[in-house]
Every structure is written in C-alpha cells, then in structure tokens.
Write a protein that binds this ligand. Sequence first.
Ligand code: ADP
Length: 485
Amino acid sequence: MKRSIYIEFLIGYIIFAIVSVVMIQTLGVYLVNKRITKNEAHYLYTGVSAVASDFYHYIYNQRGNEEGFSEYLESAKAYLNCELFVINSSEDKTVVASTSTTTFLMSIPDFDQEYFGNQYYKVGNLYGTLDDGSLIVYYPVVHNYNVAYYCIGYTDAGYVKSIVASVISYIYLICGVLYGISFIILLIFHFRIYIPLKRVTAVTKEYAKGNYEYVSDRKLPKGNEMETLSTSVRFMGEKFKSMEDDEKKFIANVSHDFRSPLTSIHGYIEAMRDGTIPPENYDKYFGIVITEADRLKKLTENLLVLNTSGGNKKLDLREFDLNEVLRNTLLSFEVQCEKKNILLDVIYGQKTYVVCADKLKIQQVLYNLVDNAIKFSHNDSTITIKTYSKGEKIFTSIKDTGIGISKESINKIWNRFYKSDTSRGKDKTGTGLGLSIVKEIITNHGENINCISTEGVGSEFIFSLARGKTDDSHDPIVEAMISEN
Ligand code: ADP
C-alpha cells in the first residue's frame, strides 16, 4: 500500500515524541542525576572540610571534649542542610559527635576510607547505617600524621531525587511546549500544503484521464507557492486542451486540403475517360490537374518542412552572408515576377552581412516571404526588400504594396492552415502553412518576426537574425535613421 507523505509525517511525529520521552526518562535522568549528585557532593565536601578543620581546632587547640562538638554540628547542619557526624579512628570506629540521635555513639567497626574508592563522596548506605541512596561525604581529621577522626556529612536519598525530578519536570514542560508548537506546524502543513496538494493532484489525475475541462469543485489554494502550482497545472490543462483541439483541427485541415485536389483530379480524369470531356478540351483540364497535383506536392513538402523545423529540432548554426542567400533565393522568382510584371527593388545596407543561423532554414524563410509578397501583390507593382543592421542584429524587410491583411486576420496569419478569405482569389495553391513555418524557424533561432500591414495598402514582414562574429559591417547612417524613427 502506498503511504502518503502526510501519514509519514504523522508517524514520524509520534515516533519522535515517544523516543523523546524514553530518552528523557533514561539518558536524561541518568545525566541530570549524575550532574546534580556531583554538584551536591562538592557543596557538602566544602562544608564538611570546614567542619573538620573546626573540629581539629576544638579538640587539639581548645581541648574541648568530643561530645560537646555535637552542639556545633547542629548549627552547621542548619547552614549546610545535611546531617553530620564525627567518627574516631579507634578499633570500633565510634560516632563521637552527631546531629542525629540514631547515629550518636553508634560504632561502625568496618568503616574504612576505601569505602569511597578514590572519590570524596559516595551514594550508598554506609555499611547499612543509613538509608539506601544517601549521598555521603567524608573528610579526615589528621593529627601528628595520623587520621584521628573522620567528619562525615550526608543527605537522605530523597533529597537528590527531588532535585532531579524537578529538573526533569522542567525538561518535560519545555518538550510539551515544543510538541505543541510542532503540532501547530503540522496543522498548518495539513491545511496549507497537504489539502491543497491533494486537490491539485485530483486535478492532474483528471487531466491524465484526458478530462482537460475538469475544474476542482473545491477551491484551489490561493496566495502562496501552491497557488503558483495550481495556476501552472490549470495552464497545463488549458495547453493540453488547446493541443488536443489543434491536433483535431490540424488533421481536419490536412484531410480537407488533400481531399479537395484529389477529388477534382479524380473527377477530371474520370470525365476524360468516360468521354464527358471531349479530347479537344483535354489541354485545359490537364492544366487544372497539373495545378491541383502541384498543390498536393506543395502541401506534402510544407508538412515535411513543418515536421523537421518543429520545437526542439536542432539547428545547423553557421556563419554565412545573408545578402548572398537573399540574392540566390530571388533568382528563383524571375519567372513569377515576369508574369505579373513585378519589380523587386533590393537594397543591401552593406555589401555583406554575416549572420549566424541555419542557412537552409533561412533560405526557406526568405522563399516563403517573397513568394507571399509576389502572390498577394497586384500586377505592375514593386516589392522592396532591404537588409540592414542595428546593434548585434541584422534585419531583413520584405515590403509589398499588395492586398494587405485585415486587422481581424493579422494575428491569425501565423496559425497553421490559416488563409484569409481575401487571399483566396489571389492564391489558389496556398496551403496556409508558409507563415507558420517561417514563424517556427525564426522562433527556433531565438529571433523575432513582425508583420505590419494595412488592408488594401500592402504588407511588410521584418525579421531579425544574430550578427555573426566575423561580420565587420556597420551602418552608422542606417542605424542613425532607424533610431530617429
Ligand atoms: P500560404 O502558404 O497559403 O501562402 P501562409 O501561411 O504563407 O500560407 O499565409 C497565410 C495567410 O496570410 C495567407 O493566406 C494570406 O491571407 C496572408 N498573407 C501572407 N502573406 C501576405 C502578404 N504579403 N500580403 C497579404 N496577405 C498575406
């Protein structure tokens, strides 16, 4: 079964809480206990050593008796907050002074310094005389290089434990606050990330099923990165939808454009075979059949070009002279121009313009643009073709004084299969693919193409290309003119 991130977070949160409690209860208690015991022992040791030195002074300088010291011990007990007693070093190790009546005059014959090991304190019961877990500190009283007495201080077992418990309770309190905060963070995550993500996922699942029109019945997230995500997903859906529509339109257009010439070719040939068209009219109808076949050929060629220039197809970028490519391309239009008596007025800003581009593709761009300019120009007119540079760009402009493009059509001319109604009279063989090929090639180069047109006046197509590294042309006059405009 797939586990969601949310469940994993929740499990992680619970495991984290359990592990923390176990850690505090074991390692935490152990470390705090160790630290507090050491601190307390040190504090007691300082007090007991002072008591031992006072005891020495009392016995050996003031010649006081041992029992009388109990009174002094009582006041030290109040100050140090612990029980105190003194043992002599005789055979039976008798308690000679004490703050507690239970230990007074008790003897601890086994008492030995070794009991404490190499420490000055120990947690234990001092040979069964004290409660288990008492913190015991000792300090020897040395006279004439011999240990004569031991001063001993101790606190009962509950004392250190109560301090440890209060420290641990503070740690739990802090942990509780932290858990509370992290739970709030978990809730924020739940409402701000998990729920919106679930909704966006539901939308993508619908898209995956092909339901691109699906709109979530719940509100999609707003005001954070999730909104950007949901907007992108929605945009993706719209894109898929339009791609699907485009694909349908494309297939419909292709089939239509293939079917109509084929139908007429089929119709005329059939009519010739069954004698509906008499042999003396064959010439006329052969002409029509050839035109239709040409249209089919052009359509196939254009589809192939469109297929090879699409999206991420690699460009063969090289440096070449744009003027030379333009000159060669224009040669193929001689017959067409002669037929319509059109003059091609070519203005090269400089003798050569080295650009960095895919030569064959740019040739195709020039061909399509000039072909259109001629097709949509009136007889006896002039088409002006210019190359010029500005900064790091080389521009080519193809301007005709033909039928022009209406405002409604100007944004559609780049679409595949688009042909404006007005153009249909002038352009019988057009496939409506030429400009979409041009646009795709120029966009693939990372460059721009624009069309300025007025219906009934004419059109100008201008596109840019990157100047080649080896280009040394510079048009100060033309550039100045352009920047003035
Ligand atoms: P086609 O291959 O049929 O010429 P295009 O994609 O090249 O298709 O052009 C699409 C449409 O744009 C044409 O049908 C025409 O309506 C319009 N168009 C293109 N170039 C010109 C032009 N120079 N003058 C007027 N209309 C033009």
